[in-house]
Ligand binder design. Structure first.
Ligand code: 1HN
Length: 350
């Protein structure tokens, strides 16, 4: 690779330059000039560690609430753009994230797309999301999935603004050029089952007799915070604490034990006051949202302070250490299952 940049003679240098120009006119390029950029010794993400302060984001979202309706916008969302990936709606090179607001009385019309989505409810009560024929009432801290190609619409029959974090695999879908989108014929989809049906059918460590999954995604669309918070608390009391993660759990598809959706994994973790996690890194760039607590995370050579509902991003292969200032709960998501399916995922402790 280095010989390409240090020709032995001016004649050779001139001959090479002329050759490269001729190659260029035929839509051809020499690999030896691109090799070091194409194949790096380790991951070199083009995006950077970053944090979005929730009080600031909330104020901007409320301003958006006065300027555009959910119906007009289809979805009233402020996209969290990685500072080094501006203009392409990406928080990492494989994931999209945004903060969505639905005001009292509003409806966000039903549609479906190839991209899979997750929601982490941040604040407010009384809104619902309907997925694949079932309504889900949203509560702060709940983790909700909208698998690929499932119809989904949101509504807020309550009297408070409701805000949540959206995470989607849009950059993956677009990298494969596999995007499809379709509106539902009406604003809201037909409700086919009573609320809580999926929870009863799939969410009680029981499954319908001889159940065989009909999709790659979880048949359970909501993972209530009341349950996961209780589990985190119990596991903290029972110990042990993982030195790198505190108490960290992965959300699962109850029919397979795998991730809730094939491209995106989601996690919840408890970091007790006084704990400081040991350095850790993995190839899946990860988006965090603070559910409860204050603290800071050392991400690469930056220290990022965080508080309730802040969103921060840890790039691929970037070392992270969390240091809560009080008992804290972090939600996170990444493309880990996609990396694992392709045999690419790696992690390193210490
Ligand atoms: C979408 O459908 C939603 O349904 C939110 O709430 C964000 C970002 C990109 C593409 C589709 C939603 C989205 C999205």
């Amino acid at each position: 690779m280095s010989h390409a940049t240090s020709p032995e003679t001016p004649e050779l240098e001139a001959a090479r330059r002329e050759f490269y120009e001729r190659l260029d006119r035929h839509d051809v390029a020499p690999l030896w000039a691109a090799m070091a950029r194409l194949v790096t010794a380790e991951p070199r993400p083009e995006y950077v560690p970053a944090c979005w302060n929730y009080p600031r984001m909330r104020a901007l979202l409320m301003e958006a609430g006065g300027l555009i309706t959910a119906r007009e916008a289809e979805r009233r969302v402020l996209v969290l753009e990685n500072p080094n990936l501006r203009g392409i709606s990406q928080i990492t090179q494989s994931l999209y994230a945004g903060l969505q607001l639905i005001m009292p009385g509003e409806i966000a019309p039903s549609h479906r797309h190839a991209a899979a989505a997750l929601r982490l409810v941040i604040e407010g009560h009384g809104a619902y999301t309907a997925v694949d024929g079932e309504r889900i009432t949203m509560h702060p801290g709940d983790f909700i999935i909208t698998p690929s190609w499932t119809f989904h619409d949101h509504g807020n029959p309550g009297d408070e603004p409701v805000i949540w974090l959206d995470g989607l695999d849009v950059p993956i879908v677009n990298m494969f050029t596999t995007s499809f989108f379709e509106s539902y014929p009406q604003e809201t989809q037909a409700i086919e089952r009573p609320e809580g049906d999926a929870q009863a059918r799939y969410g009680a460590a029981l499954l319908p007799l001889e159940y065989t999954p009909s999709s790659l995604s979880s048949p359970l669309f909501v993972y209530p915070y009341s349950r996961s918070r209780e589990v985190l608390d119990r596991l903290y009391r029972n110990g042990p604490l993982d030195a790198h993660h505190g108490v960290k759990l992965q959300y699962t598809n109850p029919a397979t034990g795998g991730s809730p959706m094939p491209t995106i994994a989601a996690y919840t973790q408890f970091l007790p006051s006084g704990f400081k996690s040991e350095p850790y890194r993995s190839t899946d760039g990860t988006v965090y949202c603070v559910v409860e607590g204050h603290g800071s995370s050392r991400i690469g050579d930056q220290t990022i302070p965080w508080g309730p509902h802040d969103v921060f991003v840890v790039p691929s292969w970037c070392q992270v250490q969390h240091e809560p200032a009080e008992d804290s709960v972090l939600f996170s998501f990444s493309d880990r299952p996609a990396q694992k399916a392709l045999g690419l995922w790696r992690e390193s402790r210490g």
